[in-house]
Design a protein around this ligand. Structure first.
Ligand SMILES: [Zn+2]
Length: 156
C-alpha cells in the first residue's frame, strides 16, 4: 500500500492509499487545514531517471520557480541545477538506495538528517517541494556526506 507524506510547510502527515486509489498531489492539512503538498519520496528507486515522465513538462516546458527557469526535460533541469551548484536525485546513483546492510544505520541517520533539513526548507520556502529538495541536496552537502566524491558518485 502506497504511503505518502503530505506537508503544509508546518505539519507533515502520513497518508496511506489503496493500490488502485487516486493519490492527490495536494490535500488540506489534517492539522491546520492549510494546503498540504504531497512530498516526493526523498530516496526513491525508479526505473528511469527521476522526473522523466512522458508529457510531464508539456510542449511549453515547465517553469520551475525554485530554479527560476524553464526546462523541457530532466537533462536540461540537471544542467540548470549544476549551474547553480545544486544536484538532483539521480546524482545519488543506484547504490545510494541499495546500500548494504552494514551501512544501513549510517544511511538511516543520514536520511533522517536529510528529511529534517528538507522539512525545514519546505517551511522556509512556503511549501515549495522542488526548491526544498534542491536546497537540501546540494552538491556541497553530498560531498560532505560522502555520497558524491570529487570524481563522481561514490559507489560505496
Ligand atoms: Zn498544517
Amino acid at each position: 500500500m502506497p504511503l505518502f507524506d503530505y506537508c503544509c510547510g508546518r505539519h507533515t502527515t502520513e497518508e496511506l492509499f489503496f493500490p488502485n486509489e487516486q493519490i492527490p498531489e495536494e490535500k488540506p492539512c489534517s492539522t491546520c487545514g492549510g494546503r498540504a503538498i504531497r512530498m516526493l519520496p526523498v530516496v526513491a528507486k525508479t526505473p528511469g531517471r527521476w522526473g522523466d515522465q512522458t508529457g510531464k513538462y508539456g510542449v511549453n516546458g515547465f517553469f520551475d520557480r525554485g530554479l527560476g527557469a524553464t526546462y523541457y526535460n530532466s537533462m536540461e533541469k540537471e544542467k540548470l541545477m549544476d549551474a547553480k551548484g545544486l544536484t538532483t536525485l539521480s546524482s545519488f546513483g543506484d547504490d545510494y538506495v541499495d546500500d548494504s546492510l552494514d551501512k544501513q544505520t549510517e544511511s538511516d541517520l543520514r536520511h533522517e538528517r536529510n528529511i529534517k533539513t528538507f522539512k525545514a526548507k519546505m517551511a522556509d520556502s512556503g511549501g515549495d517541494a522542488g526548491k526544498a529538495i534542491a536546497e537540501t541536496f546540494t552538491l556541497s552537502e553530498m560531498r560532505k556526506q560522502g555520497t558524491l566524491t570529487d570524481t563522481g558518485v561514490n559507489d560505496g
